[in-house]
Design a binder for this molecule. Structure first.
Ligand code: APR
Length: 172
């Protein structure tokens, strides 16, 4: 039975040295603002050159690339849903972003991964709902697949950090 190793960190995901960090991307995979912009800036030009070859990624799916100048080994890019009120399948897409990211973690036998709060910035997903989806989906994946991995949720603001700390108390 795998034990759940999930932690919340308040900080910059580009500084994490986990095997992989997850990028809250857009479907073009050609960079943007927010965490996407920070990851591309820190990784350097090589990341964009590799992303260009991927031909984009539908929302809810995930793609893996090298990490270039970042401390981690891989970047997993997943476009989350744009929140439009909650009745356009946003929850299912957000869940699949976490599941498909974890599928790539497992397929590459990675033992540690850092997630940002996907879709809670520009894509306007309500933070508390997105936090519950993130933690429940990742915990469910680990238990269903009996896959031992260290998970770090790396938050960039105190509100999100507090939400994750509270939720993790009830799950881990
Ligand atoms: N480290 C960790 N988290 C960060 C960082 C960082 N360096 N920078 C921003 N964040 C946080 C934001 O505060 C937010 O909580 O990441 C979360 C996701 O916000 P966004 O980066 O805006 O991502 P998202 O809401 O998924 O929107 C994706 O924004 O940047 C563009 O190209 C991206 O079009 C895509 C859209």
């Amino acid at each position: 039975m795998s034990r759940l190793s999930m932690r919340a960190i308040l900080g910059d995901i580009t500084l994490q040295d986990t095997d992989a960090i997850v990028n809250a991307a857009n479907t073009s995979l050609l960079g943007g603002g927010g965490v996407d912009g920070a990851i591309h800036r820190a990784a350097g030009k090589g990341l964009l050159d590799e992303c260009r070859k991927l031909g984009g990624c539908p929302a809810g799916e995930a793609r893996i690339t090298g990490a270039y100048n970042l401390r981690c080994r891989y970047v997993i890019h997943t476009p989350g849903p744009v929140y439009r009120g909650g009745s356009f399948g946003e929850e299912a897409i957000l869940k699949s972003s976490y599941v498909n990211s974890m599928n790539l973690v497992m397929r590459h036998s990675l033992r540690s991964v850092s997630f940002p709060a996907i879709s809670t910035g520009v894509y306007a997903y309500p933070k508390a709902e997105a936090c519950d989806i993130a933690i429940e989906t990742v915990a469910g994946f680990i238990l269903e697949n009996n896959y031992d991995v260290e998970v770090y949720f790396v938050l960039f603001d105190r509100e999100s950090y507090g939400l994750y700390l509270d939720k993790l108390k009830s799950v881990v």
